[in-house]
Design a protein around this ligand. Structure first.
Ligand code: NAP
Ligand code: ZN
Length: 356
């Protein structure tokens, strides 16, 4: 039987996270139930919970970086058995038949009847609003789980399901590799994975941070160079030199400055999703045939490829483990760039649902 599980929810944009009990469904024939052991806190959870991206249906149980262990499988499940270590990211279902699902980009499913179901705050196939990973268990379609390789420390694996794939996808798509000069802007949860992945791909990797305070860590993650917005004159000496810049910045920033750092034909790829619109001077793109692009997480097969890549290259997020009671405070610390470099919630800290 699939139990009711403990979770942490917020009831308002300003509210604290509080322990609650939620119901999960019995796995259908092609679904698995897994115990969520660890859940990462992504800045997207914060934008969402605080209503920065638009109206929210509360109570909200966020969490789209899940790592857990399968404890029940449906009658037709072929990929998983009880005891397997699995990860789930930003979505838990899609139509599987449209151009984008078939092309391995399920996050862009175009079906109006069976659209992408996001891990939380989305309408599930059962008609209920989905609850995310800040919980002790979840029921998911088997094809929307990924295998967590043994080489990756299990407690650090969850953030790969969003932070990892969100950087791996544009870095590989835009050719980060030997002979390419790549900069990662913002060294938070996404950014610190981007530095590791770009370096492992063989690119000459730089960090562009707000200050020099994380320089030692950046070099440890594999960056060769480290620049800061606080030392603008030094940074400006790099004008016209980067093949690829990926910005993970969660707030509005000077996009024209980043474009000026690109060399002719270079690409600036944004993955940051700040609350307010940004402005750019389009002329900065034309002079130099420069490219401005975006990137949104990655598909299931690509996410598995990223996990295997991290296992092969010994990459993992640097995490700080927290309890459920610490989520509220953790949100403020993420916004203040104080996290090193991803908070992961240990769901065993929630206690037992029988005692709740
Ligand atoms: P995070 O851990 O808070 O990292 C964001 C980093 O941005 C900070 O560490 C900081 O880097 C930099 N930053 C913050 N405010 C800044 C400012 N005012 N000016 C310049 N730099 C600033 O957040 P995250 O979890 O990595 O997420 C980053 C963004 O990506 C969020 O907007 C999130 O919603 C979005 N996101 C997008 C996707 C996608 O698929 N496109 C997926 C996941 C998340 P330094 O400390 O180094 O300065
Ligand atoms: Zn995320």
């Amino acid at each position: 039987m699939v139990p009711k599980v403990l979770a942490y929810a917020t009831n308002s944009a300003t509210g604290p996270f509080e322990k609650t009990v939620i119901e999960r469904r019995e796995p259908g024939p092609t679904e698995v139930f897994f115990e969520v052991k660890y859940a990462g806190i992504c800045h997207s959870d914060i934008h969402t919970a605080r209503g920065e991206w638009g109206p929210v249906s509360y109570p909200l149980v966020p969490g789209h970086e899940l790592a857990g262990i399968v404890t029940q499988v449906g009658s037709e499940v072929t990929k998983w058995k009880v005891g397997d270590k699995v990860g789930v990211g930003c979505f838990v279902d899609s139509c599987g038949e449209c151009e984008f699902c078939k092309g391995g980009q399920e996050q862009f499913c175009t079906s109006s009847e069976k659209p992408t179901v996001w891990t939380y705050g989305s309408q599930g196939r059962d008609g209920k609003v989905t609850d995310g990973g800040y919980s002790q268990g979840i029921t998911v379609e088997e094809n929307y789980c990924c295998r967590i390789p043994d080489e990756i420390p299990f407690e650090a694996a969850a953030p790969l399901m969003c932070a990892g794939i969100t950087l791996y996808s544009p870095l590989t798509r835009w050719g980060a590799g030997p002979g390419k000069k790549v900069a990662i802007v913002g060294m938070g949860g996404l950014g610190h994975m981007g530095v590791q992945i770009a370096a492992a791909l063989g690119a000459d990797t730089s960090v562009i941070s707000q200050t020099m305070s994380k320089k030692d860590d950046g070099l440890k993650f594999g960056a060769k160079h480290y620049y800061a917005l606080s030392e603008l004159d030094e940074l400006k000496k790099q004008r016209g030199t980067f093949d690829l810049i990926v910005t993970t910045v969660s707030a509005e920033m000077d996009i024209d400055l980043l474009i000026s750092l690109l060399k002719t034909g270079g690409a600036l790829v944004d993955v940051g999703l700040p609350e307010h619109p940004s402005t750019i001077r389009l002329g900065a793109l034309c002079g130099g045939n420069k490219i401005l692009a975006g990137s949104n997480i990655g598909g299931i097969a690509e996410t598995q490829e990223m996990l295997d890549f991290c296992a092969e290259h010994g990459l993992a997020p640097q995490i700080e483990m927290i309890t459920g009671e610490e989520i509220t405070e953790a949100y403020d610390k993420v916004v203040a760039s104080k996290v090193r470099y991803r908070y992961v919630i240990d769901t065993s800290s929630f206690g037992s649902v029988d005692e709740a």
